[in-house]
Each structure stands twice: as structure tokens, then as C-alpha cells.
Design a protein around this ligand. Structure first.
Ligand code: IPM
Ligand code: MG
Length: 364
């Protein structure tokens, strides 16, 4: 079977890191067709829209999509509907990608790069399961309007709606329980049930699902405490499941535990396992075009694509092993280099991973 892969390089460092993904794809032992399309600021420049119809159609037809990053100061002044981020959110909604998996794993070679003490983070391996097509990001009504409350008259008010219905909570809950059952069997659901009704319902639905997964132990934690525990004792966690906004925040925090946000891949899946794979970091306009970006989160995202969408788990394992070897050999991009340690370019890092991957194939 030929895998149909769509590349969306996007903005900032996106094209540089996706070029490394393309290099890696070209040596993978599987039949594939690879196409590219426009998303984000670059799409606004060419078509006036951050998510052109053609891009959404191609994404829906693909088996998996590999995305770089979107956004940058050039487009910050645009109206909401035109912002590059809107393109990404539209793609998530349009493809129905409700389940976002963000694994934060600390390679032992990078222990010193973490901002936390080695004894706190060594061996860290957690998975954040973030709901991706609902919650505060998508709730209606939303907007900025003249205030109606007499106390606020003459002012404008900004408002969003935090809403989840039961089926949305249940389907992300099931993904998280499944993931936990394939790992250490510990699932922590993150909410703010002491204040927000929407997360009281979240907690109720998670609790209701638990008896169906007897090999998973479910616990609950308020999001403020979870933020603290992630830096106090992150190894207490195995799998975390949470809503869209809390997941956005906690996953950046978890990324830093692994040494650099440049190391964190992500998989966004829909009900038919088609997915979008992207690094968790942004478009980093400040370093774009300088060959400094770390391509590893994107290359790890290619591994996730092989595992979750393309049913090529052996290739996924080989990519991850190749990356581990490259790190073990001492190669570092600037974000993960120690003070005084030499660093290599985006391209050199990509080349090294390709080489290590091919060497692993020969060994097999
Ligand atoms: C992420 C990003 C996006 C999000 C932005 C770019 C819209 O921060 O994928 O975590 O908030 O989901
Ligand atoms: Mg984010």
C-alpha cells in the first residue's frame, strides 16, 4: 500500500525543519507519495486565507500530514479569521483531530539540558493527552462586544465559552485510558472541578469510564496543582488527560523538562486514525532562516506518523533509535548544547539522523 503523505511547511523555521523530515522520509523503506501544500502565514500571502480549501481537501485525502509551524510577527496585526493560527485550528477542526498526544520523554543524554535537577527528571517518560477540537478554543459564543451589564456600561467586554459535552469528554477519555493501559496503567485527569462546572462534568465522565479499564488506575488533580507537581515531582505521572487550553499550557511546561521544547513531537488523531504530526514548538521567527533550529521534534513526529497513522511501528522504532544514537554520539543543536559545547546546524542534525537510520537498517 502506498502511503499518501502531505507536508505543510508553514512559517518561520517550519520550512527548514520540514525539509529535514522530507530527507528522512525519502530513505524510509515504504511506498509513499509525498505532496506539499500551503498553510499559515505563507498561505495568507499567496491566497489571502490561512487555510486554503485546496489544503484542507489534500489533508483530508492524505493518510498523514506532517506540519512545521505557523505564525510570525508579519501576520500579527491581521483580523482573527486571517491569522495563521486560525489555519491550524481550522485544520484540526476540519480533519476532526480531537486527540492530541504529546509524549515528553527525557533522553538520558540530555539530562543536563533540563532546567530541573537530574534526580528530579532522570528517566522521565510522560504522555499528555490533550483534547484538541473543543473547550475554550472552539466554544461559542465568543467575541468582543459592548458590555451590557450596567456596571460596565461604556466598556467593551471580551468573552469565550468553555463548553464540553459528554461525548467529547468520553471519546478523549477512551483514548487516554487505552494509552495508559499500554503503558504503566496510571491515568491522571486534570481539571478545575472546584470552580468550573464544565470540568465537574469532565471529572464525572472520566470516573464513569474507569470501571471499563480495570488495568488502569484513574486519579484526578486540579490544574494548578498539576502545574506545580510537574516541576516538583514530574515522574509521579504516567498519562495525563485534559482539555484543550490546560493541555496547551501543561504540554509546554512538560516539554521544558525534557531539555528543550525542540525535542517534543505530537500526534493529532481523528476517529479513523488519520493524523497530523507536528513539533510542539512554534515557528520561532527570531531564528528562522539561520540553520539553528532543532529538527528532532519534527523527525520524532515522523516516527509518530509511522506508528499511529501508517501502521509502520518497526520504522517508528528505528527512527527513535537513530535519534537516540545521534544524541549519544554527542551531536547537539544550539538549544540542547551545554555551555561551551559545540553545536551543529539543522541540516547537519538531519543528515546525522538519516545516516544513523540507514546504519540501523543495515544492522537489522
Ligand atoms: C500548540 C500551539 C497552538 C495551540 C497555537 C499555535 C494555535 O500553541 O499546538 O500548542 O494553542 O494549540
Ligand atoms: Mg501550545
Amino acid at each position: 500500500m502506498t502511503h499518501r503523505i502531505l507536508l505543510l511547511p508553514g512559517d518561520g523555521i517550519g520550512p527548514e525543519i520540514v525539509a529535514e523530515a522530507q530527507k528522512l522520509l525519502s530513505v524510509l523503506p515504504m511506498a509513499m507519495s509525498v505532496e506539499s501544500a500551503l498553510l499559515g502565514g505563507v498561505a495568507v500571502d499567496v491566497t489571502g486565507q490561512p487555510l486554503p480549501d485546496e489544503t484542507l481537501e489534500k489533508a483530508k485525502a492524505a493518510d498523514c500530514v506532517i506540519l512545521g509551524a505557523v505564525g510570525g510577527p508579519k501576520w500579527d496585526g491581521l483580523a482573527n479569521a486571517q491569522r495563521p493560527e486560525k489555519g491550524l485550528l481550522g485544520l484540526r477542526a476540519g480533519m476532526g483531530l480531537f486527540a492530541n498526544l504529546r509524549p515528553a520523554k527525557l533522553y538520558k543524554e540530555l539530562e543536563a539540558a533540563s532546567s530541573l535537577k537530574p534526580e528530579v527528571v532522570s528517566g522521565l517518560d510522560i504522555l499528555i493527552v490533550r483534547e484538541l477540537t473543543g473547550g475554550l478554543y472552539f466554544g461559542q459564543p465568543r467575541g468582543i462586544r459592548p458590555a451590557t451589564d450596567p456596571v460596565r456600561e461604556g466598556e467593551r467586554e471580551g468573552f469565550n465559552t468553555y463548553v464540553y459535552c459528554e461525548h467529547e469528554i468520553e471519546r478523549i477519555g477512551r483514548v487516554a485510558f487505552e494509552m495508559a493501559s499500554q503503558r504503566q496503567g496510571r491515568l491522571c485527569s486534570i481539571d478545575k472541578a472546584n470552580v468550573l462546572e464544565v470540568t465537574q462534568l469532565w471529572r464525572e465522565v472520566m470516573t464513569r469510564l474507569a470501571p471499563e479499564y480495570p488495568n488502569v488506575t484513574l486519579s484526578h488533580m486540579y490544574v494548578d496543582n498539576a502545574a506545580m507537581q510537574l516541576v516538583r515531582a514530574p515522574k509521579q505521572f504516567d498519562v495525563l488527560v485534559t482539555g484543550n487550553l490546560f493541555g496547551d499550557i501543561l504540554s509546554d511546561q512538560a516539554a521544558m523538562l525534557t531539555g528543550s521544547i525542540g525535542m517534543l513531537p505530537s500526534a493529532s488523531l481523528n476517529a479513523s486514525q488519520h493524523g497530523l504530526f507536528e513539533p510542539c514548538h512554534g515557528s520561532a521567527p527570531d531564528i528562522a532562516g539561520r540553520g539553528m533550529a532543532n529538527p528532532l521534534a519534527t523527525l520524532l513526529s515522523v516516527a509518530l506518523a509511522c506508528r499511529y497513522s501508517l501502521d509502520e511501528p518497526t520504522i517508528a522504532d528505528r527512527i527513535e533509535r537513530a535519534i537516540q544514537r545521534v544524541l549519544a554520539s554527542g551531536l547537539r543543536t544550539v538549544d540542547i548544547a551545554q555551555a561551551g559545547q559545540a553545536s551543529v546546524s539543522t541540516e547537519a542534525m538531519g543528515d546525522a539522523v538519516v545516516k544513523a537510520f540507514l546504519a540501523a537498517v543495515i544492522e537489522k
